[in-house]
Design a protein around this ligand. Sequence first.
Ligand code: KG4
Ligand code: ZN
Length: 343
Amino acid sequence: MRCLLAIESTCDETAAAVITRDGRVLGECIATQEELHQQFSGVVPEIAARAHLERILPVIDTAMKQSAIAPSDLEAIAVATHPGLPGSLLVGLAAAKGLAVAWQKPLVGINHVQAHIYACGMGARESIFPCVGFVVSGGHTTLYQCNAATDWEYLGGTIDDAAGESFDKVAVMLGLPFPGGPQLAKLAETGRSDAIPFPRPMLDDHSTLNFSFSGLKTAVRYRIAGVGKADWGSITLSSDERSDIAASFQQAVIDCLVGKSIRALKQTGLKRLCVGGGVAANQLFRVQLQNACDRSGIELKIAPRELCTDNAVMGALAWERIDLGELDDLSLDVKPGLLRQKH
Ligand code: KG4
Ligand code: ZN
C-alpha cells in the first residue's frame, strides 16, 4: 500500500494527514486557532506562526498514530509551501524537512490553491481535469483554467478583497464573532435577501472575469452607519435589520460568484466547474451554483464541506507530482503571497 504524510500550515489551521495513492485517509488531525484570533477579529500572522510551532508535532503524531503505519511505510512527506502567511508556511516546511531527513523520505511541495481544487475529486476519487477551477476562500476569489492537476492558467480574480474576507469584515460590522463567514450565513437564514439592493460590483462587465468586493463592503458600512457618519459606536440595529443586511449582502456576493464562474465556463468552452475554499462551504452558494450549472449544462463538482476549509487531506495532490517524478529536495522554500499568475 502506497501512502504519504501531508502537512498543512498555510494560515491558521495546523493539519496533517496520511493518505493512500487511491485517496483513502488513514489518519487525520486538524488543530484550529480560532480562539486565539477571535479577540482581533482576524488572523494575526505572528500569533498564527507561534501556535503552529506548538501544535505541529502533536498534530503529525496524532495523524501517524491514527493511521497505524510506520514512518518506513511512507513514500514521501508532502507540505503546502505556497501561497500563505510566511511564518506559518515556514513552520510546516521546517517540520517536513526535519522528518524527511530523519526518516529518509523525499519531500514534495504543494500549491495550497491547487490542493483546494484537487479536493473536489476526492469524495468520489475521480479525476476532475480539465475543468474551470474556482477557489473562493479568505485569501482568494480566483478562476483558473485547469488543464491538469498542476497545469493551470489564471483567468481572473478579485482586484481587492477576497469573498471570504468580505464575509469576515461585514460580520465584524454586524458584531458577529470571528471567523465571520459561517456566523453571517447563519444570521442570513432569518433575513430577506431582497431587502436591500446592495451593488453587484463588476458583474455586468462582461469584458473581464475579475471580481471586486471592497465597494460592496463599503455599501454595507454606509447602510449600517449612514453616509459620512463617523459615530460608529452609537449605532444600534434591530435584529430584523441585522438579518436583512446579512441576507442581502450574502446574496450580492453569491450573485457575483455564480455569474462570473458561469461566464468563465462559457469563455473557455469547458464543461466542468470545480469549486473549493472556505466560502464553498456556504450552503446557499452551493444550492444556487448547482441550479445555475444545471440550467447551463455544466457539471459541477464542489469539494465536500469538510474539505472546503483548510485541511491536510487535500494534500493528496502530492501524488500527482510524485507520479510526474517531481520530487523536491532540502532546498525547497516557501513562496508566500497570492497566486495570481499562470502557474
Ligand atoms: O479556505 P479557508 O479555510 O482559508 C483560506 O485559505 O483562506 O477559508 C476561510 C474563509 C473565511 O473567510 C471564512 O469566513 C469563509 O472561508 N467561510 C465561509 C463559510 N465557511 C467559511 N464564508 C461564507 N459562508 C460559510 N459557510
Ligand atoms: Zn485555504
